[in-house]
Ligand binder design. Structure first.
Ligand code: XBP
Ligand code: MG
Length: 251
């Protein structure tokens, strides 16, 4: 029986990457007098590596191997990333990143139906809380039984750690929960935790492999703005609802 919805954040709750995280990385690079600039296209490649600190390290290994950090590389990346988080939270606080279609409705509907809500994300915790506060209001943090984020687990997605952390902390069985994701790394993470998973694609993830997803949609949709089903059985729904979620657990 469906008990809980476990949401990814970046790409799923909101389209945060291109105009949010990417911009904030570039702002942090500029403020640190680095001549690095992550274009929309390059950032698409860098997204293969989840986690901002891990992404910077990967960028240096692959695209800028001769770079000599002024201090210990780990500290240097940590400080650069902390600055990036500040820039990102400022962008969110300016209201630049809206929730994706259907997200607010689905969260409200789920709460009214007595479902439990959780977040399992790779991103840094303040990035989640500031996004929620500025889109759904301060009280919305309390809608979630658990907000599992960032470095609280040893390995980021595609490892299952963050989903397992949510399940173990809450004492939930995976068969009573549904994961909501947007990317291949997120799907692999959730599936390895034995969770049925719904994908809502976005521009950066539309060509990912979503093998093993229960349902693939272009977005959650709204009653007056139906979703497009890209794969799977949406049980005749025109937008993603609690009933659609329940039907997926029965199949
Ligand atoms: C999200 C990420 C994050 C953000 C940046 O992946 O990969 O790294 O891009 O966040 P997912 P930080 O949606 O699969 O959780 O810079 O705070 O790490
Ligand atoms: Mg994501």
């Amino acid at each position: 029986m469906l008990k809980a919805l476990i949401f990814d954040v970046d790409g799923t709750l909101a389209d945060t990457e291109r105009d949010g995280h990417r911009v904030a990385f570039n702002q942090a690079f500029q403020a640190a007098n680095l001549d690095w600039n992550w274009s929309v296209e390059l950032y698409g490649e860098l997204l293969a590596i989840t986690g901002g600190k891990e992404r910077i390290r990967h960028y240096l290994d692959k695209y800028n191997p001769t770079f000599e950090p002024p201090t210990d590389l780990k500290d240097f990346i940590a400080r650069l990333h902390a600055a990036k988080t500040e820039h990102y939270c400022t962008l969110l606080a300016e209201g630049r990143i809206p929730l994706r279609t259907g997200v607010e409705r689905l969260l409200q509907e789920a709460r009214e139906a007595g479902l439990r809500l959780a977040i399992a994300t790779t991103t840094t915790l303040p990035n989640v809380t500031v996004l929620l506060e500025h889109t759904l209001g301060k009280d919305s943090l309390d809608w979630f039984d658990i907000i599992a984020a960032g470095d609280i687990v040893p390995a980021k997605k595609p490892a299952p750690d963050i989903y397992l952390h949510v399940l173990e902390t809450m004492g939930w069985a995976p068969e009573d929960c549904l994961a909501l994701e947007d990317s291949e790394n997120g799907l692999v993470s959730a599936v390895q935790a034995d969770l049925k998973t719904v994908i809502t694609i976005n521009d950066y993830t539309r060509n990912h492999s979503f093998e093993g997803a229960a349902l693939i949609l272009d977005c959650f949709g709204e009653p007056n703005a139906p979703f497009q089903v890209l794969a799977g059985d949406a049980a005749g729904s025109e937008y993603f609802s609690v009933d659609t979620a329940r039907s997926l657990l029965l199949t």
